[in-house]
Design a protein around this ligand. Structure first.
Ligand SMILES: O=P(O)(O)OC[C@H]1O[C@H](OP(=O)(O)OP(=O)(O)O)[C@H](O)[C@@H]1O
Ligand SMILES: O=c1cc[nH]c(=O)[nH]1
Length: 168
């Protein structure tokens, strides 16, 4: 297996900052914003994006991890219990965040999973990398970078650096 760098840590940081400003522009601010990172690897990115939103807006941003277990249409699994600190999404602007968008099945499952939290006013999707090969009609609202890939390659976001690699 070979690993090719696609985005350096500096590039990822700049991209996350740009995404934060795009979210603020689209939502006309951050009031009512509720950020959900898709478990498991979207949660680290959601934290970074929420931090960037706080820095850009000067306001606290509520963020949570969203389990999509039990909502996949292509995998079996039991639904995780709602966490004790589950927020209400009723009437709020929900931002779903994931590191990689591929077939779109995770994001589709997240649309079902998030409705356990109430009925949001809007639900939008932000991803760091869109690598194509969609199998369901999911389109992201905010994209860090579109990276065309072969189907059998893998895009890996290392949350600790953070950096993006292509593995084949
Ligand atoms: O668009 P899709 O085809 O659904 O692929 C994208 C998903 O794949 C990865 O998660 P993975 O399923 O590997 O789970 P993990 O985050 O728990 O590692 C990634 O973090 C996205 O959530
Ligand atoms: O390339 C891929 C495909 C699915 N999920 C990932 O994180 N990367």
């Amino acid at each position: 297996m070979s690993r090719t760098p696609l985005m350096t840590p500096e590039r990822v940081r700049r991209t996350v900052t740009r995404l934060a400003y795009e979210v603020i522009e689209r939502n006309r601010g951050v009031d009512g914003l509720l950020v959900f990172g898709l478990k498991s690897r979207g949660a680290a990115l959601a934290d970074r994006l929420a931090d960037a939103l706080e820095q850009a807006s000067g306001k606290a941003i509520e963020r949570h991890a969203l389990s999509i277990a039990g909502f996949r249409d292509d995998r079996d699994g039991d639904q995780a219990a709602l966490p004790d600190d589950a927020p209400s999404a009723e009437g709020r602007d929900v931002l779903l965040v994931d590191d990689v968008l591929f077939t779109g099945r995770t994001a589709r499952a997240a649309l079902d999973a998030v409705l356990q939290y109430g009925r949001p006013k809007t639900i939008r999707l932000a991803v760091l990398v869109d690598r194509g090969h969609r199998e369901v009609p999911v389109h992201p609202d905010f994209v860090g970078k579109v990276i065309p890939t072969k189907h059998d390659e893998r895009v890996v976001v290392d949350p600790s650096e953070p950096a993006v690699y292509l593995e084949d």
